[in-house]
Design a protein around this ligand. Structure first.
Ligand code: Z16
Length: 812
């Protein structure tokens, strides 16, 4: 099939010469400039368009094949996407990397120079946003008809800088110079209402008329999501808020009241202005709920529009549609679908509720109580009055169901209600998400188990079959092939070809090479070369990395206590046989999260003290890499020897950095938390440094009263580490950190300290035996194939979505 033939379009060439012709044509006709006067930006944009064009035909054939087969669709609803840089990925996925490298020479620039101008859209905070990006990549790779829906924030996650060792935040105007990867789709714009009131409709007990007080336009654009090694190109559709024409007050403008003239439009556009920078905590701001509703309302109308292109009967909707909710953020889609069906399409309530429940599925990503969203009822009432009515009705019918199962159990009814009545009445979004969906899943085995046993226990009692686990995964294309080309080449050589890139279990074939001395030698050389590239410190030193959002439960402070202890040990014995280490931290703290920012500040103070100490500096170096994002992760991960996954057991839902690092041959030091457990089970206990309390021991300790001082009093090194902070050894910085650890230590840092240090001791013993270390490293890669997002998507497809792939025909 070639859709271009019918309209007489030429096919794009595949040779370097033909690519170069198209590149020059893009520069001339689309940038309006010439080779002689092209700026670096012109070169970048022209190349981006030339590469993008190479995916356009696949996209057209995908859309045609999907339309023709009227398949069951997966719609992924997510407030966040961390897609990463697009140019290099699209070169790989379009198979044009080599010809492009040749062709760009005509511009007098190297491909690498041009790639440096590619800005990543930072439309997410951390794990959840990157997971969304990995899953849409794998859905395309598995030929699943899917659309990812999200918000096109003007400002993505803030840019982090260090000012005197403290985090400062700068706005991330990521598309300031334009975004060549984005296709506007103004014809598909939607209208969204807020505020106002509802009116009854005569003769109908359940239908209502909602008269919103504010109207906002949602303008979509999309980015291409090509599959790897297949023809499919799906899309992520992102909504941007706009004021309508009516929101500009011309008469005020004419009267010189310029600010007032645009205030309504500004208000509308603020909805998609900025990503909320909180990972795993919710601030409960009105604008955030507006964002969520904006995303859901636009996306649902778009989903219904798409459904009606090929279908008429609402009875078919749930068979043709599955909507996956990425955390509770898009849960308002449940009452919104009810509203659209009941009020606008006049479907009766029971039928609408049956359709809705069968359409949605919900992924929970946390166990932290503060991450489970709740909204004050009074806020809902003002912002989304009709939705609150619908939620009340859903809740009434639901609680009737509970009462029927557990007659007279009023305590259970209070616990399970969608409306929390303790103190200020609040809407519990997680409860709504469980009630309104067909399937609920956690993101790692332990997480799913703890969800069933704790946070969602009552619901699992009522509907045991609803609860599932789907362990997270990561894209091997982005996090091995693109991030670590040296290792990828070595793996392909070892395995005979590169088919592992979309069949990651094949990495197991490396096992037989783990004992091959020359292969191991080359493996070590790759790691070393990656460290040289990273240039964080001595490439022969143990490169110990902790790269993730800053959060007390993740326990960067525990890593820091280890560093401080090493500092004291080396000072006490300067001629000791120390293993040289580079400890690399990277990650952002939510701007309002003071405790996390204090830890960053202390890391930098400790780093400076060590760097200035001639006794310690030869053995120990602390590096804080600014502005951690996908692009930086792709540089650090290939260079890591040791992967720090040291959260308090029972707190990290899954973790995905742990998977990326293991795949790149870093060895994990970690607790029995999240996906660490599954990594350890696969790579083998002997190839993993385990320490710390397990989730049940940790919970027990907290229940029976935890006293951090007891650990401090009993452990001289721990005492020295904390006392030195308090005594001002690190430029007087870190009093709050020490105080919080000795005062309450919510995440049992001191309880795990000794076990962690013992495990680090084992790390060093192992490192001293390079053959053994390398063998462990190879085995980590060999046995991490399970953590491909392709497997994650296959799990969702089989057990939750029940979708089949649609093959997109090749060009002829
Ligand atoms: C987030 O990134 C995560 C959970 C959450 O409730 C909100 C946000 Cl923004 C993370 C989890 O902390 C992490 O363990 C998990 O690997 C990731 O989501 C993807 O599931």
């Amino acid at each position: 099939m070639d859709l271009r033939q019918g309209i007489g379009l030429r096919r794009l060439g595949t040779t370097a010469d033909e690519f170069q012709q198209d590149l020059l044509s893009s520069l001339y006709y689309r940038r309006g400039t010439t080779v002689e006067s092209a700026s670096p930006r012109d070169a970048y944009e022209a190349l981006a368009m030339t590469v993008r064009d190479r995916l356009a035909d696949r996209r057209a054939r995908t859309a045609a094949a999907h339309f023709a087969s009227n398949p069951r669709w997966v719609y992924y609803l997510s407030a966040e996407y961390l897609l990463g840089a697009q140019l290099e990925q699209n070169l790989l996925y379009s198979g044009t990397g080599e010809v492009a490298a040749e062709a760009v020479k005509v511009l007098g620039r190297s491909l690498e120079e041009i790639e440096d101008l590619d800005v990543e859209p930072g439309l997410g905070n951390g794990g959840l946003g990157r997971l969304a990006a990995c899953l849409v990549d794998s859905m395309a790779t598995r030929d699943i008809p899917a659309v990812g829906y999200g918000i096109r924030y003007d400002f993505g996650i803030f840019r982090q800088t260090l000012e005197g060792g403290a985090q400062a935040e700068r706005p991330d105007d990521w598309a300031f110079q334009g975004n060549p990867w984005e296709f506007p789709a103004p014809d598909d714009r939607q209208t969204v209402g807020f505020y106002g009131h509802t009116e009854p409709i005569a003769g109908s007990p359940t239908r209502k008329r909602w008269l919103p007080g504010e109207i906002v336009l949602g303008e979509p654009s999309h980015m291409l999501v090509p599959g790897y090694g297949t023809e499919t190109v799906n899309i992520v559709r992102l909504w941007r808020a706009r004021g309508s024409e009516a929101s500009f007050d011309l008469s005020r403008f004419s009267a010189g009241q310029y600010a007032e003239a645009v205030q309504e439009a500004v208000r509308a556009e603020n909805i998609s202005k900025v990503l909320y920078p909180d990972d795993s905590t919710e601030l409960g701001r009105e604008l955030r709920l507006k964002q969520q509703y904006f995303l859901c309302s636009c996306s649902l109308r778009d989903i219904i529009r798409r459904f009606r292109l090929r279908n008429e009967d609402w009875d078919d909707f749930a068979d043709k549609t599955v909507i996956q909710l990425n955390d509770t953020h898009p849960t308002i889609a449940i009452p919104e679908l009810m509203r659209l069906l009941v009020d606008e399409y006049e479907v009766d309530w029971d039928k609408a509720w049956s359709i809705t429940r069968r359409t949605f599925a919900y992924t929970c990503h946390t166990l932290l109580p503060e991450a489970l969203e709740t909204w004050p009822v009074h806020l809902f009432e003002r912002l989304l009055p009709r939705h609150l009515e619908i939620i009340y009705l859903i809740n009434m019918l639901f609680l009737r169901e509970v009462e029927a199962h557990f007659p007279g159990d009023t305590d259970r009814i209070r616990r399970m209600s969608i409306i929390g009545e303790e103190g200020e009445r609040r809407v519990r979004m997680a409860h709504l998400a469980v009630v309104g969906t067909e399937a609920v899943n956690g993101v790692a085995e332990l997480h799913s188990k703890l969800l069933r046993e704790t946070v969602l226990h009552d619901f699992a009692d009522l509907w045991p079959a609803k609860f599932q686990n789907v362990t997270n995964g990561v894209s091997p294309r982005r996090f091995v092939k693109l991030a670590n080309p040296r290792l990828s080449d070595l793996i392909s050589e070892g395995l005979g070809d590169d088919s592992w890139l979309n069949d990651l279990d094949k990495l197991a074939g490396l096992e037989r090479l783990a004992g091959d001395a020359s292969f191991a030698e080359r493996w070590r050389a790759v790691k070393r070369a990656n460290k040289v590239d990273l240039a964080a410190g001595d490439p022969d030193a143990l490169t110990d990395v902790m790269i993730k959002r800053f959060h007390e439960y993740k326990r960067q402070q525990l890593k820091l206590l280890h560093v401080i202890t090493m500092y004291h040990r080396i000072r006490a014995n300067p001629t000791g046989d120390w293993v040289p280490r580079v400890v690399l931290f990277a990650g952002k703290a939510a701007p309002a999260y003071h405790a996390a920012k204090s830890i960053i500040r202390l890391i930098n103070a400790v780093g400076a003290t060590i760097a200035a100490d001639p006794v310690v500096a030869p053995y120990l170096k602390v590096v804080f890499a600014e502005n951690y994002n996908v692009t930086l992760a792709e540089r650090i991960i290939p260079a890591a020897d040791l992967s720090e996954q040291i959260s308090l057991a029972g707190k990290e839902a899954s973790g995905t950095g742990n998977m990326k690092l293991a795949l790149n041959g870093a060895i994990t030091i970690g607790t029995l938390d999240g996906a660490n457990i599954e990594i350890r089970a696969r790579v083998g206990d002997e190839n993993f440094f385990l320490f710390g309390l397990d989730a049940y021991q940790a919970a027990d300790m907290q229940i029976h009263g935890y006293h951090p001082r007891e650990f401090y009093d009993r452990d001289a090194e721990l005492k020295l580490a904390l006392d030195s902070i308090t005594a001002g050894t690190f430029a007087g910085v870190g009093h709050e950190v020490a105080e919080s650890l000795l005062g309450w230590d919510e995440y049992l840092t001191l309880a795990d300290f000794r076990s962690y240090l013992d495990s680090q001791e084992e790390v060093e013993q192992t490192w001293r035996d390079p053959e053994r270390w390398t063998r462990m490293s190879i085995l980590n890669t060999a046995h991490s194939g399970f953590f491909s997002a392709d497997r994650t998507v296959a799990d969702y497809a089989a057990r939750i979505w029940r979708v089949a792939p649609v093959t997109v025909p090749r060009e002829d």
